[in-house]
Design a protein around this ligand. Structure first.
Ligand code: ZN
Length: 287
């Protein structure tokens, strides 16, 4: 046993005559000082600390104990946005990892779900109002950008219509941010494609605003109009569908072609080797 000096916490005249120290102090005592009993009022067994070799070892090796914990920023984002029903955080990240998105888009989606996307103060700008609507009192946060921003209303509207038409589903009234950040519990290739289109449209619109605000001197870049959002989204979806068409063509079997037509038949008609798009079926082009 190693001798240890511990100051008596009370008044000197009240100090006990005897002190009982329980357990192998050499390895345990510093990590469990509550086991030091002043006087003799505590029975021996109440002072025994139940532990496992792994827990004791972890004091020295810094091994992680217990269940995995969510990082604080990720938890903050989850508290703010709310996970969609029947979806776990693990499933949300797995969906981002397996989505057929460009690297830039997948990285942005992953950082957003992790709660470390560059928004608000993290951009290093003095003005932390929303970059897109610039409304007084607006805040450049994920919840605002995806759920409330007046500028991205056109993106939300188009995404809802597209989901309804092509997937016969849409997120709850206030659930667009949850869908864009975490996905849906019953995600399909169609919902994943449309989610990617919406995120990429907003990401690109913000990226150009960030660049303008950071240039020296700052430039007041115009915000995208509803028409520009519409053009961006339809163009992204067209290129996504065209890519799927090429894959289906290369597979060269009836099943792949049929699956393609079931998925995208409402907005595209294969005409010989080319594709004939009718994107107005989702939403008419804004004037
Ligand atoms: Zn805004």
């Amino acid at each position: 046993m190693h001798a240890t000096v511990e100051p008596w916490p009370g008044r000197l005249e009240e100090a006990p005559a005897h002190v009982t120290l329980v357990g192998p102090t050499r390895t345990h005592w510093a990590a469990a000082r509550h086991r030091l009993r002043w006087g003799g009022e505590h029975p021996f067994y109440s002072s025994i600390l139940h532990s496992k070799a792994a827990v004791i070892r972890a004091h020295w090796t810094q091994e992680r104990q217990g269940r995995a914990r969510v990082q604080p920023r990720t938890q903050t984002m989850m508290d703010e946005i709310g996970l969609p029903a029947k979806l776990t955080l693990g499933q949300a990240f797995a969906a981002i990892d397996s989505a057929p998105w460009r690297t830039k888009l997948a990285n942005f989606a992953r950082m957003t779900a992790m709660g470390i996307a560059r928004t608000g103060r993290r951009l290093g700008l003095t003005d932390t109002r929303c970059l897109l609507c610039k409304q007084h009192g607006s805040c450049d946060s994920v919840l605002h950008i995806y759920n409330c921003c007046a500028n991205t209303a056109a993106v939300r509207d188009w995404t809802r219509r597209a989901l309804q038409l092509l997937a016969d589903w849409q997120p709850p009234a206030d659930g667009m941010a949850a869908f864009l950040v975490y996905g849906a519990s019953r995600a399909t290739p169609v919902t994943t494609a449309l989610r990617g289109v919406a995120i990429e449209t907003i990401r690109a619109a913000r990226a150009s605003r960030i660049q303008a605000a950071k240039s020296d001197p700052p430039v007041d870049a115009p915000v995208p109009t509803a028409l520009e959002h519409w053009k961006k989204m339809t163009s992204l979806l067209r290129s996504y569908i065209s890519h799927e068409w090429n894959v289906a063509q290369e597979a060269d079997d009836d099943g792949s072609i049929r699956a393609f037509e079931t998925r995208w038949g409402a907005v595209v008609t294969p005409a010989d080797a080319a594709l004939s798009f009718s994107m107005e079926a989702i939403a008419p082009q804004p004037s």
